[in-house]
Ligand binder design. Structure first.
Ligand SMILES: Cc1cc2nc3c(=O)[nH]c(=O)nc-3n(C[C@H](O)[C@H](O)[C@H](O)COP(=O)(O)OP(=O)(O)OC[C@H]3O[C@@H](n4cnc5c(N)ncnc54)[C@H](O)[C@@H]3O)c2cc1C
Length: 371
């Protein structure tokens, strides 16, 4: 029997497993998914501060399609030996799909332990426990990227929000297209935006800026900087500035190793690299899982062909903004974009307890609704 091992139970890992199970059919191929938790976490739902809404039991996806689930954290990958180490065990593979995702890079600041984040369900639970049912608090959000904007506009419904950005413009990574809509939303919600500022240190009472000014706050939320999982460093292959492994059109990194989702850098079209998003992680997972299984079974490989790039940014009570293309042309705003955001947050939930539907969706690289 051959072994296909998938590391990670997020969008990329789960959809790799489903595609591999579909390609396997009745063949003598064991598909195993290894991840440290019982649940898949739908990270795009985390800014709504409801950790339970973001969890999907992996068992309800994997069991119906005959994928073996191992609950362990992988700590080592030995490509020369074709094994991974997890929980003191050594697990052999014939093909590996690395789908261990990304992590928020913690801030190297004095007092960083006082900060909160919404990168994981544990992070959200800690913030919720701190804020309780309070309203009227002051929260400082550091970073005005996708995550910073979504949590700042969410918290603005309950308290005063100060949004700090090191760059001279808000939302630097989103470009000029959606910026006027974002600026108008931040103004509508009364968010105090401070540009061109650096943080010197954080305390339980707030933070101190690089110029020495104190900013009192009940909570400081750090959102700046995502990197690919450090397991990528154990694969001898080229990586990009985010630590992502360079993968080809089949999402292959080396003879036996494929990569998908936030750990992988691949072309989304003729010129643009994927960005770390569930919009790309899902079709990458489907292609990588398909190809890892097909490669073992001597079947043709498929190319990674995602839908055109779009974004949908939640702006809390000010609606949302939906953009198309790599220049992020605004296509929808306000309530229409908010409705689309809600639809996206719902459709990213994979089918559960329904093998036929899971396998059917694993054959489609199109997200149907992307975000
Ligand atoms: C707050 C927030 C909001 C977001 N909003 C959006 C959005 O609106 N739209 C969008 O497209 N994207 C959004 N993203 C990004 C999106 O969530 C990620 O790009 C996506 O989750 C990547 O999927 P993945 O499967 O590659 O990784 P992940 O979802 O990070 O999953 C990684 C998996 O690997 C497992 N794992 C980690 N370490 C190990 C280990 N050592 N051994 C075994 N398993 C391991 C994890 O437990 C997890 O199961 C958001 C992210 C955050 C944090």
């Amino acid at each position: 029997m051959s072994d296909l091992l998938i590391v990670g139970g997020g969008f990329a890992g789960v959809w790799s497993a489903a595609a591999a199970a579909r390609v396997r059919g009745d063949a003598d191929l064991r598909v195993t998914l290894i991840a440290p938790h019982d649940d898949m976490v739908l990270r795009p739902r985390l800014h709504r501060l409801d950790p339970e809404w973001a969890r999907v039991p992996l068992k309800r996806i994997l069991e119906p399609i005959g994928v073996t689930q191992v609950k362990e954290e992988v700590t080592g990958i030995d490509v020369a030996d074709s094994t991974v180490t997890a929980g003191g065990r050594t697990i052999r593979y014939d093909r590996l799909v690395l789908a261990a995702g990304s992590r928020l890079v913690s801030a190297a600041l004095p007092g960083a332990r006082h900060m909160f984040d919404i990168d994981t369900t544990d992070g959200v639970a800690r913030l919720n426990a701190h804020l309780g049912d309070r309203t009227g608090f002051t929260a400082v959000v550091i970073g005005s990227g996708f995550t910073g904007l979504e949590i700042a506009t969410e918290l603005a419904a309950r308290g005063r929000v100060i949004l700090l950005e090191r760059a001279g413009v808000v939302a630097p990574e989103l470009g000029p297209g959606p910026r006027p809509v974002i600026e108008a939303a931040l103004a509508d919600l009364g968010i105090d935006v401070r540009l061109g500022v650096d943080v010197r240190s954080v305390t339980e009472q707030g933070l101190v800026l690089a110029d020495g000014a104190s900013v009192p706050a009940d909570a400081v939320v750090w959102t700046a900087g995502m990197r690919a999982h450090p397991l990528t460093e154990q694969i001898p292959a080229d990586r990009d500035g985010l630590g992502r492994l360079h993968a080809d059109r089949h999402l292959r990194v080396s003879d036996q190793v494929f990569a998908a989702g936030d750990v992988a850098a691949a072309l989304a079209d003729a010129t643009n690299q994927v960005v770390q998003s569930c919009q790309f992680a899902t079709p990458m997972g489907k292609a990588a899982g398909h190809n890892a299984a097909a490669d073992l079974l001597g079947l043709p490989l498929v190319e990674f062909t995602p839908d055109p790039y779009v974004t949908c940014l939640d702006l809390g009570a000010a609606g949302a903004v939906f953009t198309t293309g790599w220049d992020r042309t605004v296509a929808l705003t306000g309530d229409q974009a908010k409705d689309l955001k809600q639809t996206i947050l719902e459709v990213i939930h994979p089918p559960v307890d329904d093998a036929a539907e899971i396998l059917r969706q694993s054959a489609q690289q199109s997200n149907e609704v992307a975000g």
